[in-house]
Ligand binder design. Structure first.
Ligand code: SF4
Length: 207
């Protein structure tokens, strides 16, 4: 099944995209893949999105980030093209694209407020591994998170299969600094907390 659309979708945040096609996933015939083109050059904010996502890889050569979660693979290109696989249907694809549009809008706002990302942060996020994560865990291997130990938890946390709060030990007050550091390590930029600032009077007057 191939469903093509030249209709432009406008998300609530005002970022437009056009769905280029919705087709069966090559690897699973009950799932679909959606491909869309956003009306924006995403290159200036690609690294900001990279630092926001967990379980993500970044290719400078392809100018692309690839995020994997629950079998779904989301590829976001600097050119504005976005592809998402393993969707239940076209509608789920549109919902996902609207969410990406919102993140893109927040990433541009982040860029406006704080400027480009630090290369050292990019490198740290690229090289993040379970050993780095386990250093910030309580390392009691208590099993409360449902895993055999802290290292397994760290590995699955990195893959996006756990949330930090799944480690009940980290909820203790005396470990709040470790929890904060871990949160920053996994997600150096949290776009969910970015609010659009109202323009200043000078901006409005074009000064
Ligand atoms: S709950 Fe926390 S401390 Fe206990 S094994 Fe899991 S990660 Fe380690």
């Amino acid at each position: 099944m191939v469903r093509a659309s030249s209709l432009k979708e406008t998300s609530e945040c005002g970022i437009n995209f056009t769905v280029l096609e919705t087709q069966q996933c090559p690897a699973e015939e009950t799932r679909v893949r959606i491909v869309a083109q956003f009306d924006a050059d995403l290159l200036p904010i690609l690294e900001i999105l990279f630092l926001h996502f967990k379980n993500v890889t970044y290719s400078r050569e392809l100018k692309c980030i690839v995020k994997k979660k629950e079998g779904k693979i989301t590829s976001i290109f600097g050119s504005g093209k976005v592809s998402i696989t393993h969707l239940a249907d076209h509608q789920e694809g549109i919902e996902n694209l609207n969410h990406i549009a919102e993140l893109i809008s927040k990433a541009f706002e982040y860029l406006r407020q704080y400027g480009p990302t630090e290369p050292s942060l990019i490198q740290q996020h690229e090289n993040l591994n379970a050993l780095e994560i386990v250093k910030l865990l309580p390392q009691t291997n208590c099993g409360e998170c449902g895993e055999s130990g802290c290292f397994t938890f760290a590995t699955r946390l990195l893959l996006g299969e756990h949330e930090i709060d799944d480690c009940s030990e980290l909820l203790r007050d005396e470990l709040s600094a470790c929890k904060g550091d871990l949160s920053k390590l996994l997600q150096p930029i949290n776009l969910d907390s970015i609010e659009k600032q109202l323009p200043s009077l000078a901006d409005l007057l074009g000064l």
